[in-house]
Design a protein around this ligand. Structure first.
Ligand code: GDP
Length: 371
């Protein structure tokens, strides 16, 4: 049995964590809210969850996460997307935060969930991971959500710096999910968020379940670590659920295609290592077809670990974990972030010099009111 810690920082991290708790308790959309009072999880791993936030309302919004797992770090009303303030608040509360982590015990693996672009999650996460890596031996992976590109200059520049900070924190790997790429889920913004959060939660739970299952062909935590240590320290996850008539090779292909992935990448060009986990009834799992498809992938990316979990009566579901050698989409995000930084800098300079305001007030220079 694996001991797993999942931490959600800031609003986005909290919400994905809440979705994980809903799914872990067997909940579909109509999951009984009272389920949180029964700590019976659907998964055999021992999973502890923790949510940190400076905004108490974000914590209150969580429905499926126990009260003792929701930790408020007091700072008026959040940190207002300012990462310098966020970092300072973390430092001021570091021992209290680390005590919470410490009290949960020891783990085989930890995940930290955050948006790259907000204030609290994006500034707490690198500092928290650094502390965890200094104090504990277990690997820590970070799931980072990238912003919609039209969300504004502050979010763009936060993303660029926070991803860099997370990479430098000693993290064992970063899994990217991109709101911009997933936004075609549609509906209102809240529905899109919920849909994206559910996608991330389901994939992570599938992964954890697979790492802790009796398999016909085995992938385990060691394989996961090896995959995650490949490439440039960045990864993403694909997923696809077949319906009854779909050949297994198409299901695998779909898990690697744009509709299955959490981040825009051409797997065959950018991936560096992969792990494919196949779950379903034996009768749908043609080993020949699976081998052909996996060989095609390993021909392009190098090494592919594969695992098969037999689940009687279930249509196949495939999870693909891919570390990336390069990430064209991330490079594009950094390009727009650099423009955003220049824009903010020029604006600040103009304001400091008071050019606009001087012009405004200069209009009445030397004048007096006439009555
Ligand atoms: P923080 O609370 O200060 O860490 O800030 P947020 O987590 O709200 O960060 C803002 C970013 O997170 C924006 O890019 C939002 O689009 C994104 N975001 C906020 N809530 C959610 C959510 O529930 N799901 C997803 N996928 N993204 C979110």
């Amino acid at each position: 049995m694996l001991n797993i810690l999942v931490i959600g920082n800031g609003q986005c991290g909290n919400r994905i964590l809440d979705s994980i708790n809903r799914h872990a308790m067997g909940g579909g959309k109509n999951c009984n809210r009272l389920a949180k009072f029964y700590s019976k999880q659907r998964f055999k791993s021992h999973v502890e969850t923790l949510a940190f936030n400076t905004a108490v309302n974000d914590l209150k919004e969580m429905k499926f996460t126990k009260a003792r797992d929701r930790v408020h770090i007091p700072h008026l009303h959040g940190v207002g997307a300012n990462r310098n303030v966020g970092k300072q608040v973390f430092e001021e509360n570091k021992e209290m935060i680390m005590r919470q982590v410490e009290e949960r015990g020891n783990f085989d693996i930890a995940f930290v969930l955050t948006s790259a672009s907000g204030g609290t999650g994006s500034s707490f996460t690198p500092l928290l991971i650094r502390e965890m890596k200094n104090r504990y031996d277990y690997p820590v992976y970070c799931v980072v959500v990238l912003p919609f590109r039209e969300e504004g200059t502050l979010y763009l520049q936060n993303s660029a710096f926070s991803i860099r900070d997370i990479r430098q924190s000693g993290v064992d790997g970063i899994i990217l999910a991109d709101n911009q790429y997933l936004k075609n889920i549609g509906g209102s913004i809240q529905e899109a968020y919920n849909g994206i959060n559910d996608m991330i939660a389901e994939r992570l739970l599938f992964l954890l379940d697979a790492l802790d299952s009796e398999m016909m062909m085995v992938t385990d935590l060691g394989d996961f670590k090896t995959v995650m240590s490949g490439g440039a320290g960045l990864a993403t996850i694909g997923f696809f659920k077949a319906d009854k008539d779909m050949p297994i090779k198409t299901t695998i292909q779909n898990s690697l295609s744009p509709s299955g992935l959490l981040f825009s990448t051409n797997v065959y060009e950018e991936a560096s290592r992969a792990m494919i986990v196949i779950k379903g009834d034996r009768k749908y799992l043609s080993i020949d077809e699976i081998s052909t498809e996996i060989e095609k992938l390993s021909g392009a990316v190098g090494h592919v670990f594969k695992g098969i979990v037999v689940r009687d009566g279930e249509y196949p579901q495939i999870l693909s974990l891919l570390t990336l050698e390069s990430a064209h989409e991330l490079e594009k995000l950094y390009n727009v972030a650099v423009q955003a930084i220049h824009y903010e800098k020029a604006k600040k300079q103009r304001v400091e010099e008071g050019v606009e305001m001087k012009r405004t007030f200069s209009q009445i220079e030397g004048m007096e009111p006439e009555y």
